[in-house]
Ligand binder design. Structure first.
Ligand code: NAD
Length: 480
């Protein structure tokens, strides 16, 4: 069956192009899928435009739209095992992590389903004029281009699809060309849940061939993008030509600050999880560890010992705690950052060399790597390597910790470890980041907004703001 989903039909690419998907863990072929070009992207936009203009989806009562999202949540739970397996084959991610993702994805649909069904964002505006009825109502933006990355393929998709549909939009989804399978399954589940034809459309393909045409098409009203900073800048520029609404979730180079009075054991363990989860291919990863002088040496010793002991393996290896990187090109990039760091004066304390284990030879493995004596100017500290690479810097006091933490163009997440509650709150308030954890790392809930300050993005996903991104506020003034 062909894999592009346009106007409610499964079709092949106009020019017959296909791509072979291979599992990053061992290079085994997963499947061959159709790959869209500009003509297919244009056809998908036409279908989404027609479905929006003709209806009925945008005018469907909010309670019905919410109910559909709840049905999708139930279908994701029903098909959780198949979805998790498909995600792990595409990404190389540990199966258990993909299973967690599927639970989060069902929760995301359930959260937005309930939020939309509850209604409540429209409001009466008091004008002080008795002859006037003034209301603000919320309407869908229109046709949305949803462009997503490969690290959390279906999760990032759910964060966009659920609120976009809940608000009454139609969309064209373009997942990463490396990880298409869970998006294909999602289209089937949306149809099974009763979504009308043309509301959800899927094009698979590369950024330049299938993504860029969506960002340039005047029939598209909004682009919601999750991915790298450089691509985000391009997308913002392309969208400017027709003044599309833009939502951007970009990268991070997130600080994890450990004070001398931190709960030591927990802080060491979480410093590892913060950066090595999913081999560091996480936008919110705590890739910059800042440790107070008095704790630094002991902390680093223990951290390095534990990092060395993290077993690597494929998605289905039960004893593995970390997996491969997404591609050979990405591993080359990570490796180059580590080499640059060492050349600039960082000390390589563990990792930094591809594994020799023959069982890992055919995958894109790179070990958990720790660099110490790092300084803010180094490229490995400044840029998002998006791999299992932890840089360690030391600080004297609170002011220096905050200054180092904020010394980045990014502002996605940050964490502070201390048992001093006042200091924790003070530092949290000074960090320029969309999410700050105190004595924790990584948790999130769909009820709370997610997104970045500075060059980590524009707008927010999740929470009530995550729904509002896909709505226009319309003021209706009636002279009675
Ligand atoms: P990427 O920017 O290379 O690609 C993301 C998507 O954009 C892909 O679907 C790609 O095909 C598409 N694309 C590329 N060029 C395009 C163009 N010119 N026009 C339209 N679409 C285009 O990112 P990636 O390597 O897939 O993902 C990793 C990045 O994603 C990291 O920087 C990570 O921090 C970021 N990310 C951010 C969040 C967040 O919540 N802020 C979440 C996950 C990932």
């Amino acid at each position: 069956m062909p894999e592009l989903f346009i106007g409610g039909r499964w079709i092949a690419a106009v020019d017959g192009r296909v791509r072979e998907i291979r599992c990053p863990a061992d290079g085994t072929p997963v499947a061959t899928v159709d790959e869209a070009g500009p003509q297919d992207a244009a056809a998908a936009v036409a279908a989404a435009r027609e479905a929006f203009d003709r209806g009925p989806w945008p005018a469907t009562p909010a309670a019905e739209r919410g109910a559909l999202l709840l049905r999708v949540a139930a279908l994701i739970e029903r098909d959780k095992n198949a979805l998790a397996r498909a995600e792990s084959l595409d990404t190389g991610k540990r199966l258990v992590e993909s299973e967690y993702d599927m639970d989060d994805i069902a929760n995301c649909f359930r959260y937005f389903g309930n939020l939309v069904a509850a209604g409540g964002t429209d409001r009466i505006v008091g004008t002080g004029n008795p002859g006037v009825d003034s209301r603000v109502v919320h309407v869908p933006v229109g046709v949305c281009a949803l462009i997503t990355p490969w690290n959390y393929p279906l999760l990032q998709t759910a964060w966009k699809v659920a609120p976009a549909l809940g608000a009454g939009n139609t969309f064209v989804l373009k997942p990463s060309e490396l990880t298409p399978h869970t998006a294909i399954i999602l289209m089937r589940l949306l149809t099974e849940a009763g979504l009308p034809d043309g509301v959800a459309n899927l094009v698979l393909g590369t950024g330049p061939d299938a993504g860029a045409p969506l960002t340039e098409d005047p029939r598209v009203d909004m682009v919601s993008f999750t991915g790298g900073l450089v691509t985000g800048r391009r997308i913002m520029a392309a969208a400017a030509a027709t003044v599309k609404k833009v939502a951007l979730e970009l990268g991070g180079k997130n600080p994890n600050i450990v004070f001398g009075d931190a709960d030591y054991e927990t802080a060491v363990d979480y410093a590892l999880t913060a950066v090595f989860l999913h081999s560091g291919q996480v936008c919110s990863a705590g890739a910059r560890l800042l440790v107070q002088d008095e704790l630094h040496d002991r902390f680093v010793e223990d951290l390095v010992a534990r990092a060395r002991a993290i077993p690597m393996g494929g998605p289905f290896a039960e004893d593995a705690r970390t997996g491969p990187l997404i591609s050979a090109a990405h591993r080359d990039k990570v490796e180059a950052y580590v080499a640059a760091g060492v050349a600039e004066g960082a000390v390589l304390r563990c990792g930094g060399v591809r594994p020799e284990d023959p069982a890992l030879r055919d995958g894109y493995y790179y070990p958990p790597t720790v660099l110490t004596e790092c300084t803010p100017g180094m490229s490995v500290v400044r840029d998002e390597s998006f791999g299992p690479v932890l840089t360690v810097e030391r600080f004297r006091d609170e002011a220096e910790a905050v200054a180092l933490a904020n010394d980045t163009v990014y502002g996605l997440t940050g964490a502070v470890w201390t048992q001093n509650a006042e200091r924790a709150e003070r530092v949290a308030s000074l960090l320029n980041a969309g999410t700050v954890w105190i004595n924790d790392f990584h948790p999130y809930v769909p009820q709370a907004e997610w997104g970045g300050m500075k060059q980590s993005g524009v707008g927010r996903e999740l929470g009530p703001t995550g729904l509002a991104e896909y709505q226009e506020a319309k003021h209706i003034w009636r002279n009675t």
